[in-house]
Ligand binder design. Structure first.
Ligand code: SAM
Length: 298
């Protein structure tokens, strides 16, 4: 059972892990027996995303565009190469992919190891396509207006049940951008996962990773739970268990050195975004304090 008072009184991650999972935890520790988020954890994560993270996903999509200097392909470049290809790894219920679909003209391919998450992602895409997505023009040619928005978005935004470890066998080399938000910690073998993501990139391609730091200030991590998440005990357990498997930035740096990936930058998690916080329902992310962002260029 989740006792809010007891959890809020913990002073360290290790203490909270002991309280909730009766385990001692040192270093990085994958508490859960499976990587996939399934069942009620998947559906509640999706609901929390839709009720309390709309602003967050918008900000991350903008932050991604700024940090990787994203530009849609137009004119000759578009005719020669088609649209950009963005791979969303560990896409969950697709809420970030949907924002990227609204903010770019790219083809977006979301993969997740969880069947439940991909089912939710497909439902979210179909619902959003019907309700919100504007009719789009292909690149800069207004004569090519796509009339069937739902069909169009199925082709430019696709989700599949796949594992990050199989990426090099399912995606051709030459991906322009990989985005991986709040998912790296879920991978038991993050080094292999990064190796796979890197191998799919074309020359000049970029990976954008955003996740939490295991060594972030514990009080801030607790405060970040927020009222909305407290109403869903399984998400609180998932959140705290997941914290034990987060990487620290020196651990991430070591992975790049071991993989001999030379071009990377790791920064704090503040959003380089112009979107004002207008939705008071948005859960407070404390992104600059507890998250990191990382951009890798091939
Ligand atoms: C915390 S969720 C983040 C979802 C999404 N990126 C977002 O920001 O809303 C992490 C996701 O990683 C997925 N995942 C875990 N292991 C995976 C693997 N080996 N390959 C692909 N996805 C995986 C989980 O199923 C889960 O949906």
């Amino acid at each position: 059972m989740v006792n809010r008072t007891q959890i809020m009184e913990t002073e360290t991650l290790e203490e909270a892990i002991k309280l909730l999972f009766e385990r001692t935890s040192t270093g990085r520790n994958c508490i859960f027996t499976q990587e996939a988020m399934t069942g009620c954890v998947a559906s509640e994560y999706d609901s929390l995303g839709k009720s309390g993270r709309q602003e967050t996903y918008k900000k991350i999509a903008e932050d991604f565009k700024r940090r990787v200097s994203y530009k849609d392909r137009v004119g000759y470049e578009f005719l020669m190469n088609g649209p950009n290809f963005i791979l969303d790894v560990g896409c969950g219920s697709g809420l970030l992919s949907l924002e990227l679909a609204e903010k770019t003209d790219a083809v977006i391919y979301g993969i997740d190891i969880s069947e439940d998450m991909i089912e939710l992602a497909n439902m979210n895409r179909d619902k959003r396509a019907k309700e919100n997505l504007p009719k789009r023009h292909v690149a800069n040619d207004p004569s090519l207006e796509i009339l069937d928005v739902a069909e169009y978005n199925k082709t430019r935004l696709r989700f599949d049940v796949r594992s990050v470890y199989d990426l090099s066998t399912i995606v051709k080399k030459g991906v322009d951008f990989v985005i991986c938000r709040n998912a790296l910690h879920r991978f038991r073998n993050p080094q292999n996962a990064i190796d796979q993501m890197y191998s799919t990139l074309g020359t000049g391609g970029k990976i954008y990773i955003r996740d939490l730091k295991r060594d972030a200030n514990w009080r801030t991590v607790l405060e970040r739970i927020g009222e909305k998440r407290w109403s869903s005990p399984s998400l609180v357990i998932d959140y705290i268990g997941a914290m034990a498997s987060m990487l620290t930035t020196p651990e991430l740096e070591k992975i790049f050195l071991d993989l001999q990936i030379p071009n990377f930058t790791i920064s704090d998690g503040s959003y380089l975004s112009t979107t004002e916080e207008t939705n008071s329902n948005n859960i407070q992310e404390f992104a600059s304090e507890v998250e990191y962002t990382c951009v890798i260029e091939k």
